[in-house]
Design a protein around this ligand. Structure first.
Ligand code: AMP
Length: 228
């Protein structure tokens, strides 16, 4: 029996290239979650060029994790807590050291995560997705060599500009980010499997987006509002 109310608060995990951020956006739109995205907060801090932004920009460019104490500062500054009724954490906690930080926020703001959701994608598939991404430097259109190829190889359909890779999609950085995920996310998932096994869910992410979304809805105990 599928309910129509998903858990109030969810943490979503998935390696870079798993599609977890697109899933999070869609869940936000369909079920009214407020997204708590440390990656987006960090990029915003870098764009603003303040003290925190300056301290984290090299970590982001390398694809390396920002130290836990700076994530603490970031969340302290950005997390609004009360009034945010449905939270969806995307990208946090990212290290085992950040797990107590989430516990602390739960106690302070009186909410409880009701589902730890892992989008499970093989490392090979994730690397293929990320290294296949292309962007037009003129108009910003995005392509993918396999799933959304331009009509002419490596050329923008809209304005004929030669397509480029994003700086953090180079093979070297992509492989590094995968390794960071393997090193840090696996212990976190293991921790939640031990402490809250009934709240852990896994979705096969090695499928087309619509199917992954349907699997995600099922894992959250809700019907997919727009099945393909
Ligand atoms: P994302 O958009 O979630 O892929 O994050 C982009 C980058 O931001 C990561 O490669 C890390 O450098 C950094 N980052 C995001 N969230 C965290 C976090 N919770 N802890 C440490 N670094 C993070």
């Amino acid at each position: 029996m599928v309910a129509n109310v998903p858990p109030d608060h969810v943490v979503i995990f998935g390696r870079p290239g798993s599609g977890k951020s697109s899933l999070a956006e869609r869940l936000g739109a369909d079920f009214g979650y407020t997204l708590v995205r440390t990656g987006e907060m960090l990029r915003d801090a870098v764009r603003k060029g303040g003290f925190l932004g300056k301290r984290v920009e090299n970590h982001l460019a390398r694809g390396d994790l920002v130290p836990d104490r700076l994530i603490f500062e970031l969340l302290e500054a950005n997390f609004r807590g009360p009034g945010m009724t449905h939270l969806l954490f995307d990208g946090f906690p990212r290290t085992i050291g950040q797990v107590p930080l989430l516990d602390q926020f739960e106690r302070r703001y009186g909410f409880q995560v009701g589902c730890y959701l892992e989008i499970d994608v093989s490392r090979e598939e994730a690397v293929a997705r990320m290294t296949g991404r292309r962007v037009c430097p003129t108009c910003g259109a995005t392509y993918h060599l396999i799933s959304k190829p331009p009509k002419v190889a490596e050329v923008c359909d809209k304005d004929g500009t030669r397509l480029e890779r994003r700086p953090d999609d180079t093979t070297e950085v992509v492989e590094f980010r995968q390794q960071v995920y393997d090193d840090h996310a696996v212990p976190i998932l293991r921790h939640y499997e031990q402490t809250s096994p009934n709240l852990c869910r896994h979705v096969n992410g090695n499928q087309p987006f619509a199917k992954v979304y349907a699997g995600t809805c099922e894992a959250l105990g809700v019907a997919d509002p727009s099945p393909a």
